[in-house]
Design a protein around this ligand. Structure first.
Ligand code: NAD
Length: 321
């Protein structure tokens, strides 16, 4: 009986259906709730993985045949090693797009109206005079114009915001067809009242937003990051928040997760933080669960799973039959 190691916090948590689906198709399901997989990976045939790291060393010392990412960001998986070893890596493409987009809209209102600050004060029996701003007519700059950014754009346009985006891999025509203005990289930071980051984390995007970008932002502007912590230079962001180069930030993702208790972000009064929960809605979790489980079943039953990110492995797999 092939074994599936599940290292994803919300797999099977709100519905038993994905676990039953795997069992019905003859898999043993092993749930693992720690971050370091090295002690358990050697004995399994497939992985359903959330945030724990999957290294080359782990893969070489295992007989894992497929990795199914419970989400879309694959920066915790050594993709090059998986490809070299002929291991397909699948993602739950589109499963959480709306959920992340909705969190971004929540962040926009939270920042614009100081909702978290106001809530904390009222809970402490204080009644501060809270002044916010309208989002109508404000500029939302989207760094990256992929699936999530497009959903954010649709919602922001409905709110009467002006939306601009920079994405070197999407044409100006493609962006402008959606009612969004195409701008260059620097302009995103210069013109926006809210900058929201929607790029994947890779060698090109690591620390993409640093001191330069934060310094050219408006002093009244807010930065939102629901993509990956590593895209922003966290030290520069802390400086920007403390020295008020920008008005504030809302962060769902961090360089180190869970956030290190010694992080200076805790001492910044103008930041709203959430525990990497962008994809955590009942609807998105159900879709991610089922897509992840289906990839594994398809693969072991001889079908090509959907949404393989390292398609190069397909020729190797087809040769092996
Ligand atoms: P996507 O692949 O559809 O879009 C990413 C876009 O970024 C693409 O259009 C790409 O062309 C663009 N891009 C790449 N490099 C760029 C650069 N240097 N400058 C500007 N644009 C660049 O991905 P998506 O589904 O929209 O997700 C975006 C990211 O959000 C994911 O990679 C993931 O890391 C993160 N995410 C976070 C959560 C969460 O829980 N907070 C959930 C899902 C996804």
């Amino acid at each position: 009986m092939p074994k599936v190691l599940v290292a994803a916090r919300t797999f099977g948590k709100y519905s038993q259906e994905p676990v039953d689906f795997l069992r019905k198709h003859g898999f043993e399901v092993i749930v693992f709730d720690k971050e370091d997989l090295s002690s358990v990976i050697s004995d399994v045939d497939a992985l359903i993985i959330g945030t724990p790291k999957v290294t080359e060393n782990m893969l070489v010392n295992s007989h894992v045949k497929i990795i199914s990412k419970h989400g879309v960001g694959v920066d915790n998986i050594d993709l090059a090693a998986a490809t070299r070893l002929g291991i397909p890596v699948t993602i739950a493409q589109g499963a959480n797009t709306e959920s992340v987009a909705e969190l971004v809209i929540g962040f926009i209102f939270s920042l614009a109206r100081n909702i978290v600050f106001a809530h904390i004060n009222v809970k402490e029996n204080l009644w501060p005079n809270v002044i916010g701003m309208e989002v109508h007519d404000k500029v939302l700059g989207l760094l990256g114009f992929g699936a999530i950014a497009r959903e954010v754009a649709k919602r922001a346009l409905c709110l009467g915001m002006k939306v601009a985006s920079y994405d070197p891999y999407v044409s100006k025509e493609d962006i402008e067809r959606t009612g969004v203005t195409y701008v260059n990289f620097d302009e995103i930071f210069k013109i926006s009242d809210f900058v929201s980051i929607h790029v994947p984390l890779n060698e090109k995007t690591r620390n993409l937003v640093g001191e330069n970008e934060l310094k050219i932002m408006k002093k009244t502007a807010f930065l939102i990051n629901t993509a990956r912590g590593g895209v922003i230079e966290e030290k520069s962001l802390i400086k920007a928040l403390k020295e008020r180069w920008i008005n504030g930030a809302a962060l769902d993702v961090f360089n180190e997760e869970p956030l290190n208790p010694s992080s200076e972000l805790f001492t910044c009064g103008n930041v709203v933080m959430t525990p990497h929960m962008g994809a955590h809605t009942i609807e998105a979790v159900y879709r991610m669960n089922m897509m992840a489980a289906k990839s594994i079943v398809d693969f072991f039953e001889g079908r090509i799973p959907a949404h393989i990110v390292n398609k190069e492995v397909l020729s190797k797999l087809q040769k092996r039959g």
